[in-house]
Design a protein around this ligand. Structure first.
Ligand code: T4K
Length: 362
């Protein structure tokens, strides 16, 4: 049997480069607490992406929670049901109430028209997700936020490398939160970041990350432990050197999949309408859940392991959420499958995936 082909695999710099940078960590003995590599990672990342005010943290979920905490939000936050549970759990952990607005069936991002309908006198913010790296309709969201005096936090967990009007997607909103998890385009094994649109919020986020300490170690606000370690930042620094390569590679493979599969009438695709994606996932939308399940089984039998991102639609987690009905998200969730896409994936393997996917349609 051929070797397994997973939905993703981490992009990793050569091991000797990582070992070399770790040498310094061993010599200094500084493992955490805003060490030199965390600072360097923040600086290099800012420079490469053309952004400012980034605070590196321990994971993308903490990044979202810190964003909510920094804005001192209390009340309802409108978000998308077509996402990973972390978007919603972070809202709940910060004592706010998630309110779902349905998605656009083509972009798979929150539908701005639906947002307005969900606004009440308790609404304090909007938390859209750039799903699979596909930029949201930022202009429409900004108009709504301004009109109703709401904050905007973008969940940009998937979106390092995506751009809007030729600028990093991480620049938009009051705050953006991203993830450097092993499965993301740029990884630090576990990790994430919050990006603020002003220096005051940036300083506040640094304090929140470190128990609420200021530089004199006084406790000046309610914080927690959101720190990134030196070992994780070291991985981020070596991986950053290959970031442009990885980004280009993803786009080529994404376009290849799209071209090959577009000739077959059995699938719909996520449409990219606002800005440039980082092409980090390749989702296909089947005509029915039965067809998806049949395809998934065939792929699994051939040692190919796509993933049902995101299934179910988050509003269906009735153990933690009150049930609501979001027809578009629920329907898409049942019919969407993300195909393997990563740096080490060869075109031969992609052809094999396409062959197995299409041959079972007959
Ligand atoms: N907001 C959104 C919209 C998100 O999607 C996420 C996370 C977050 C917020 C929160 O960010 P973090 O707190 O996670 O930083 C993955 C990730 O755990 C999660 O980060 C991600 N989104 C979510 C969409 O996917 P799984 O459960 O699919 O991972 P797993 O273990 O099944 O791995 C998938 C494939 O990747 C495996 O088949 C093999 C490969 N893999 C995985 C890992 C962990 C490797 O090759 N090496 C590895 O170390 O969750």
């Amino acid at each position: 049997m051929s070797k397994p082909i997973y939905v993703t695999m981490p992009s990793l710099a050569p091991l000797d480069e990582y070992m070399e940078i770790l040498q310094g960590v061993w010599e200094r003995g500084i493992l955490t607490h805003n060490g030199p590599l965390v600072q360097q990672f923040e600086k290099d990342f800012n420079k490469i992406l053309g952004i400012k005010n980034l605070v590196a943290v321990s994971n993308g979920t903490i990044a979202l929670q810190m964003a909510i905490k920094a804005l001192e939000l209390k009340g309802e936050i409108i978000t998308t049901p077509f996402t990973w549970i972390a978007t919603v759990s972070s809202i709940m952990w910060e004592g706010c109430t998630p309110v779902f607005a349905d998605i656009d069936a083509e972009t798979l991002n929150i539908d701005p028209k639906q947002i307005e309908e969900k606004i009440t006198d308790k609404t304090v913010a909007i938390m859209p997700v750039h799903v699979f790296g596909n930029p949201c309709d930022i202009e429409s969201i900004e108009v709504i936020a301004k009109k109703h005096n709401l904050k905007v936090i973008y969940d940009a967990a998937h979106a390092v490398g995506s751009t809007y009007k030729n600028e990093s997607i991480l620049k938009f909103g009051d705050l953006s939160a991203t993830s450097f998890h092993a499965t993301k385009l740029l990884n630090t094994a576990e990790g994430g970041a919050v990006i603020a649109n002003n220096i005051e919020l940036h300083e506040k986020l640094k304090r929140i990350r470190f128990f609420g300490h200021n530089e004199n170690k006084d406790i000046v606000e309610e914080g927690f432990n959101g720190k990134m370690t030196e070992v994780h930042a070291a991985l981020g620094l070596v991986n950053l050197k290959y970031y442009e390569d990885v980004l280009k590679d993803r786009k080529s493979k994404w376009l290849y999949y799209r071209k090959q599969l577009s000739t077959i009438n059995s699938f719909a695709f996520q449409e990219l309408k606002f800005g440039e994606s980082n092409y980090s996932y390749f989702p296909v939308i089947f005509q029915s859940e039965d067809k998806l399940l049949k395809a998934e089984l065939t792929l699994n039998e051939n040692n190919i392991f796509p993933r049902r991102y995101f299934y179910p639609s988050v509003n269906k987690y009735d153990k933690i959420l009150e049930q609501s009905h979001l027809p578009v998200s629920e329907d898409i969730s049942r019919r969407i499958l993300c195909l393997p896409l990563y740096y080490k994936l060869t075109y031969e393997e992609i052809n094999f995936v396409i062959l197995k996917l299409t041959s079972q349609l007959i």
